[in-house]
Write a protein that binds this ligand. Structure first.
Ligand code: SAM
Length: 293
């Protein structure tokens, strides 16, 4: 099958099937072989790997993945793309296309069924409207994943990599950095896609830790605390956490925990490192369980 990374081949397929792009599905297909090569190279795919591709489109990246992986499972929401994929991927016997919404699938179950529960690699040119939910799903549900290499909006990639005291730092940065080591591996301009998106894109690779490097007693509590702290960015951390649904700490409890950790009580969430959030989470939980308020 002709390489769909070459624009003329993509145009031919789109015309053959009279395909119309659906904006609601974030359809911007890659038409640059250098970018495709880079994504495959940085995702370190070998013939031992099962790759989960989210949103194969007309199968452009899928072709590259099939060449390099043992097995590719590609989940595509748009039913109009399914017959096209049957055509563009017919040369490969190591691919399975699933017509579904990735957000509706139980991904732990999928990895169990398709790869005996062994760690997979995730690769995607993500539809931008699902970037955060799908990444959070993979991380928080502990899906057995080795690495996630994805095209995202450039500013989202920057948020994933950001550290304390920067404007991009927030709940997404902390979640990504708790579970993985993020690295932007390429910046990709709009002209590498058809149709062209309005924003610049980046390929970011998240290498997942087997065990998180930062230790915390209760992960769920930590992430509630983080969400509460960034809920209203202009507020101090103590005011943000106060009465946040699902936590129910008073301002005094938070201030007292901060004092114990030697952190100023007027600190804002954006100034705390992941380690400090973890310490605060443990400190607050300890006080609650000891009844020491
Ligand atoms: N991988 C192709 C490429 O690089 O050319 C297409 C990428 S395009 C940015 C995103 C793809 O994800 C589209 O094919 C779109 O239909 C699909 N998609 C959108 N939402 C989805 C969802 N919730 N679940 C699965 N696929 C989805």
């Amino acid at each position: 099958m002709a390489d769909l990374g070459i624009p003329k081949n993509t145009i031919e397929i789109l015309q053959k099937y009279n395909f119309s792009f659906q904006k609601k599905f974030g359809q911007n297909f890659l038409i640059d072989t250098h970018v495709l090569d880079k994504i495959v190279k940085y995702s370190n795919i070998t013939k031992d790997d099962m790759v989960l591709e989210i949103g194969p489109g007309i199968g452009t990246m899928t072709q590259y993945l099939c060449e390099n992986a043992r097995k590719v499972v590609a989940v595509e929401i748009d039913e109009y793309l399914i017959p096209i994929l049957g055509d563009t991927l017919k040369a490969y016997d190591n691919v399975e296309v699933i017509n579904n919404d990735i957000l509706k699938l139980d991904l732990n179950k999928l990895v169990q069924e398709k790869n005996d529960g062994k760690r997979i690699k995730v690769v995607a040119n993500l539809p931008y409207y699902i970037t955060t939910p799908i990444i959070m799903e993979l991380l928080e549900k502990h899906v057995p994943v080795d690495c996630i290499t994805v095209m995202v909006q450039k500013e989202v990639a920057e948020r994933m990599q950001a550290g304390p005291r920067s404007k991009d730092y927030g709940a997404l940065s902390l979640a990504v950095q708790y579970y993985s080591k993020p690295e932007v591996v390429a910046n990709v301009p709009p002209n590498c896609f058809m149709p062209r998106p309005n924003v610049a894109s980046s390929v970011i690779k998240l290498d997942l830790y087997e065990e998180p490097e930062v230790k915390v007693n209760n992960e769920e509590h930590l992430f509630k605390l983080i969400r509460a702290s960034f809920n209203q960015r202009r507020k101090t951390l103590a005011n943000g956490i106060k009465n946040f649904q699902g936590l129910n700490y008073s301002r005094e409890e938070v201030v007292s925990a901060l004092n114990n950790l030697g952190i100023r009580e007027d600190v804002r969430g954006e100034a705390l490192s992941l380690q400090e959030f973890a310490a605060l989470s443990d400190e607050l939980e300890k006080r609650r369980t000891n009844g020491n308020i």
